[in-house]
Design a binder for this molecule. Sequence first.
Ligand code: ADP
Length: 585
Amino acid sequence: MKGLSYVQKTAIPYLILLALSLASISVTTTVFFDQFVLSNIQKELISETTLAAESLEDNPFLTEIDDEAKHIAEITSNRVTIILADGTVIGESDRNALGMDNHLLRPEVQAAINGKPEPFIRTSFSMHQRYIYVAAPIYNKQTIIGVVRLARSLESFDATIAKFRAVLIITASISLLIALIFMFLQTSKRFNPLRKISEAIFSSSEGELKTISGKSRNDEIGLLISSHNAQAERINLQIQNLRNERTKLSAILFNMTDGVILVNAQGFVTMINPSAQRLFQTNFQADKDNTLIEVVRQHQIVDLWQLTLKSGKTQNTTIQTSMEKDNVQVIGSLLGPILPGEVLLLFQDLTLLRKLETVRKDFISNISHELRTPLASLKALTETLQNGAINDPKVSNHFLSQMDEEIDNLTQIVTEILELSKIESGKVPLSKKLCTVNDLVTRPVERMRMQAERAGIMLDAVFAEGLPKIDVDIVRIQQVFVNLIHNAIKFTSPGGTIKVSAFLKDQSIHFSIADNGIGIPPADLKRIFERFYKTDPSRSSSGTGLGLSISKHIVEAHDGTLWVESTMGFGSTFTFCIPISQNKS
Ligand code: ADP
């Protein structure tokens, strides 16, 4: 029964039982019918034989016996044989009696001689058919003078029985077939809900279990369906919750700025998030069998993983993953009983933080330095005045003007710091209006020309006529020009030139301030836009280090970009671009 469906397992025993019942009914019926008909034939034959024997008692010498035999055969429709008491056949209805062998030892003849006619069935050698034989004694004055034997062919009986059997077999087979079909339909119908349940369990769509719809029923199947539906809804809800959780988790992992790598006890990476992929510049996917060293290519990390695994405690270290990322903190923690043997490696890129910290430290040291210088000279001037210089009007006037200059310096620093912090926090509203390039460039260039001439530097402005107008805060953009020209003057030796130009490129007006001054060391190029950053503080003592930072913020507030190109000893070119206004005029 292994491998059969439940429907087949249920139906087959009943079908076998039905087949056995039908077979036994058929056999019993056939046997009964066979015996019934045969015994009737036998009874009939016995009485016919007895009657024939009695009729032959009138013919004590048994003359014209062949005719007698034929006569009896005609009346009874049997084969008739008349035999003397010594077994000699003297009369025969169907054959010639002469030449027939002695019949004394035939069992029916023996039975007749013993006075008890009995039926015997056997195949006739002469007729090659099954016959039923009955013989009865012929008496003459109490003495048996002979025997009359009647034989009836069983051919039609056998044919009838065979037909009967065939009818029975056909009927039983048809019944069995009908029962089979009926049972199959019935059991299929009965088991259909069960099949639906198992289909619903196995054919889950996108991991969700299907519920079964249909008429509600009050039987066991109905109970099974309703409990399946309730279970499926519960499981689907849990699956949905899990899916939401998983989506949330993967969204977190995907968008996390920190790198995450999960390593199993064998050292294979089972999960890696995009930040970690970027950090280690790898396309590795966690569905491949890659070891930690193949993914991160750093022994320090593998050592940290092993230490975490061995100690069972959180470990951390700092590594460098590339030139730019030189301060990456790695924290290894064992995921404990939830994921035995798995270690979570968290990579926090602290490069920017450290840089900001450095900028902050620089800011504080710079600001103190910048403030200390004018304050120290103020203090010195005040002390000198207190120590008597105040009584000398000439000296005191000179000191006072120096003090005034230092106070201006201090005011400048404080103003610039405040300005920068306001711009950085976006608190400065821009009062934009459409301006021509001329409106923007001419005034600051004129303002700075005097200063440049004093420093022995040529300042020139070159730009084409008819450039599109741009929508800007004129005061702020002019401030950018002043800052950049001021720097150019500061870092260009006498005899140098500064060229201010404007041109149209990529839907933006590009402004460039190019000098042929000392240039900027390549390592400092990226940092000069940071607050208080100075390439060489000793060389650029006059200045706060805030000018470029302020300028960059102003340009970016106008959706523009400020950048620098410089070659040491040949000069620097600061360029900023402002997108041209949509509403040109
Ligand atoms: P500062 O007030 O010191 O000029 P900035 O932010 O304007 O501050 O400039 C930052 C630093 O960038 C300067 O200290 C200087 O080292 C460098 N720098 C700016 N402009 C130039 C230039 N045209 N040539 C050379 N170095 C420059």
